[in-house]
Design a protein around this ligand. Structure first.
Ligand SMILES: [Zn+2]
Length: 475
């Protein structure tokens, strides 16, 4: 009992201490997100249930665009020749602070909001990367900033960018090319995760391309000498790639997905197709590896006596981090404090951990300190990278799933459709709005963030790794 009282007093003390430090404008932003909270949860749940994949996010984009419009923002749909890409802006003049909102799902991982693996719609897509929370939280921040502008407390422009197809094709690259960040001073973003921190780690640059082999069909037994096998070329090609793997840097990655290896056993296949991906934390290392992997397709085609074709899908840059911006975000996380969970949420988190074979430790929402930036970034890749080479980017990771949750899996879908995901989303919405207001209030801060961006970018000239229009109808 005594311990309980002491804990309570400590809580009251800490709470009032942090409450004191929160400025009036930040308190107003928090109140604004709280006011919209129920609507934001509804929006997120609708996008979660729709679970639309790359370039097919018509319903999800419309739900977000409509809410932005309903709240008085100016919406432009179909930007960068992408029907599901849009902007929602408010205010005028500088600074111009943008915020990213993703909303695409991943195929084949449909799941109920339950800690046991069970598809909501068998075979359908699911939000295994939490992008239903991503877009909604960011729009919540933008609307809170807009309301603070309406109250006459800050001046400038807030720009929400609805950015589709992050999981496949990387739509932001076309959006960057269309100049959508040209007028922006600083960009703010976040990503759902299993920990909370101001994210100052980069991701891997990557390039995606399609390799096709064309040969001559023939009867596999009666006249195979008349055949030229495209699948022989495919096998020789992947064998070459697998031998090459031993001789690339440990930071590099090569993946391939066989999309067509022939149809039946009694025909020498005249067509084969693969999707190939090369990655490295540094684009300068990734590019020569990409050239070598392309050459191998020619080698395989010569051996199998078939022709080959290589088509670029898209490529993305590693993320240019900004520690000055990270420090601003970090302060706001400390002001907000960690997310608190109910007993039911802890039980849910532990059940997810049990089902995925992880230690049953429950939720961890403690705020990590601002970490050192790892030069050899691991993990995945994101088209936020391309934005970050054009404007300084401040990034947040917020807890929406229990510790060690396998990402891009049913377990993330489950958490994103219930209160654990909702809490992370509301938290991110507040933290990003608070970081944005720091930038609106302090021109010097904007300048410092921009200076670090300039230094890190150096004399590198950004060139988008795409050719032609976005592949709206797939590859
Ligand atoms: Zn993601």
């Amino acid at each position: 009992m005594k311990k309980t009282i002491l804990t309570f007093l400590l809580f009251v003390f800490c709470f009032s201490l942090s409450a004191q430090k929160i400025s009036t404008n930040k308190k107003a932003l928090i109140a604004s997100v709280e006011k919209h909270k129920n609507e934001l949860i509804k929006i997120s749940d609708s996008i979660w249930a729709l679970a639309e994949t790359a370039f097919d996010e018509t319903g999800s984009a419309e739900i977000l665009a409509n809410y932005a419009e309903k709240n008085g923002m100016t919406v432009t749909r179909g930007v960068a020749d992408i029907p599901t890409a849009f902007t929602a802006t408010y205010g005028s003049g500088s600074p111009v602070i943008s915020i990213l909102g993703e909303f695409d799902a991943l195929p084949g991982i449909s799941q109920k909001a339950s800690p046991i693996k069970e598809a909501l719609n068998p075979g359908a897509a699911g939000h295994g990367c939490g992008h239903n929370l991503f877009g909604t939280a960011s729009l919540g921040s933008a609307i809170a900033i807009k309301e603070l502008m309406d109250a006459g407390k800050i001046k400038g422009t807030v720009k929400f960018l609805g950015t589709p197809a992050e999981e496949k094709y990387f739509a932001k690259v076309w959006m960057v090319k269309a100049g959508l960040w040209d007028d922006v001073d600083v960009n703010v973003s976040w990503h759902p995760g299993a920990s909370t921190e101001a994210d100052v780690q980069s991701g891997l640059s990557l390039i995606d391309f399609i390799v096709e082999f064309n040969g001559q069909a023939a009867h596999a037994s009666m006249d195979p000498w008349n055949g030229k096998s495209a699948s022989d070329a495919l096998e020789l090609y992947t064998t070459g790639i697998n031998y090459y793997r031993e001789h690339i840097l440990p930071t590099s990655r090569i993946h391939y997905h066989i999309q067509d290896g022939g149809q039946v056993v009694n025909v020498v296949p005249d067509y084969a197709k693969l999707w190939v991906r090369v990655r490295d934390p540094r684009r300068k290392i990734m590019l020569p590896t990409y050239e070598r992997v392309k050459e191998m397709a020619e080698g395989a085609a010569i051996m199998a006596d078939v022709s080959y074709k290589i088509s670029l899908v898209s490529g993305i840059y590693e993320t240019l981090i900004n520690r000055t911006g990270g420090a601003i975000m970090q302060k706001n996380l400390e002001l907000l404090g960690a997310i608190a969970y109910t007993e039911e949420e802890t039980v849910f988190g532990k059940a997810i951990q049990k089902a995925t074979g992880k230690p049953e430790v429950g939720m961890d929402s403690s705020i990590n300190p601002l970490r050192e930036t790892d030069k050899n970034a691991g993990g995945g890749s994101t088209d936020v990278g391309d934005v970050s080479w054009n404007v300084p980017n401040i990034n947040l990771s917020a807890t929406v799933a229990p510790k060690d949750t396998p990402w891009h899996s049913w377990a993330v879908v489950a958490c994103g459709g219930m209160s654990i995901g909702h809490k992370g989303m509301v938290y991110a919405s507040k933290a990003m709005a608070m970081t944005m207001v720091d930038l609106f209030e302090n021109p010097k801060m904007v300048q410092e963030v921009k200076e670090e961006f300039k230094t890190r970018k150096g004399d590198e000239v950004y060139e988008p790794m795409i050719e032609g229009p976005p592949p709206l109808n797939g590859n």
